[in-house]
Each structure stands twice: as C-alpha cells, then as structure tokens.
Write a protein that binds this ligand. Structure first.
Ligand code: COA
Length: 148
C-alpha cells in the first residue's frame, strides 16, 4: 500500500500536488517542487484500491545525515480518519531505516490536533521545542522527534 515514488510522472505529480493544495493551500509542494524531491529527496505515497490517496516527503538533514526531516504529509480529504496517515508514516519510517536513518524530525502547528494526535499519541513522537513565530507572527510550530 505504501511505496516510494521513483520517477516524476506528470499525472502522478498533478495528483500529489492536488492533495498538497487541499491540505496546505499555497504552502505545500507543487508540480515544480515535487520533481527535485522525487529525484533527490524521498517521496512516499499510499494507495487505496490503486488510487493514490496520500503523500509524505522527507529530506535528509545536511549536518546530521542520520536525521530525516518530514517536510509534509497529506491525506486526501475524503480519506482522512481511516488510519492512512499513520500507516503511511509508520511504513515510510520503517523504510527509512534501510537508508541508515536513526531519527525523524518534523514540525507541526500546535493547533493541528489531528496531526499532533498522529505524531504524538499514535506514533510516539516527542516534542523537543516550541518554536515561536516560526512561520511568521503568531504562527508557532512544535518541533518533534522520534528515534527509530
Ligand atoms: C494530519 C493527517 C495527515 C492525518 O492523516 P489521517 O489519515 O487522517 O490520520 P489517522 O486516521 O491515521 O489518525 C488521525 C487521528 O487524529 C484524531 N483526531 C482527529 N481530529 C482530532 C482532534 N480535533 N483532536 C484530537 N484528535 C483528533 C483521530 O481520532 C485519529 O485518531 P484515532 O485513529 O486514534 O481515532 C491528515 O488529517 C491530513 O492530511 N491533514 C491535512 C494536512 C496536514 O495537516 N498535514 C500535517 C502537517 S504537519
């Protein structure tokens, strides 16, 4: 169900970009940024009966190459709450171990309760820092980490 996307095919990228726009409006990856992330980062998708219903992107930390940073995860609106986000993260994190990744880090808005539930309660991430105004005035982020 969870797989790494190896080649940037236009139709697939359009589908991924559509889910990112649903989830983050202008703040997600798009048709341009998916291409380098597929070629040089790691992009995972999850399918349901063949249809792509979720995407998660990681980059390796330049200073600490055993750390992978979760850039984002989005599940198609109509498929949220079905454990797909948790499955996508759990399976992708398992796969990252094969690339000698030992820790995953991410940031999330403290108000994004479903994402916080997935990271903290369902997967066991711990808050390592509360970053005030990280994305501009009033836009705080919780930095979280997990040891694989
Ligand atoms: C965050 C996201 C990826 C989660 O994916 P998902 O497939 O819906 O997640 P899951 O179904 O695995 O788990 C969601 C959990 O959140 C819980 N939840 C939902 N709303 C909640 C709320 N307001 N408060 C607390 N928990 C909540 C659900 O009960 C569920 O837990 P459960 O399975 O124990 O019942 C998805 O909602 C999404 O794409 N959101 C938009 C993009 C986004 O915010 N990405 C994260 C950015 S850092």
């Amino acid at each position: 169900m969870v797989e790494i996307i190896r080649t940037p095919e236009t139709k697939l990228i359009q589908r991924l970009a559509e889910m990112e726009t649903q989830a983050f409006e202008g703040g997600g990856l798009n048709e341009w940024t998916f291409v380098p992330f597929i070629r040089h980062g790691l992009v995972f998708c999850i399918r349901l009966q063949g249809e792509v219903v979720g995407v998660a992107e990681y980059m390796r930390d330049w200073e600490q190459p055993s750390i992978a940073y979760l850039i984002g995860i989005s599940i198609d609106e109509s498929h949220r709450g079905k454990n797909l986000g948790t499955t996508l993260l759990r399976d992708s994190m398992e796969e990252l171990k094969r690339y000698n990744i030992t820790n995953i880090e991410l940031t999330v808005s403290p108000e994004n309760h479903s994402a916080v539930a997935v990271y903290q309660r369902k997967l066991g991430f711990e808050v390592i820092e509360h970053r005030k105004n990280e994305y501009g005035d009033g836009k705080d982020r919780l930095a979280m980490s997990i040891i694989l």
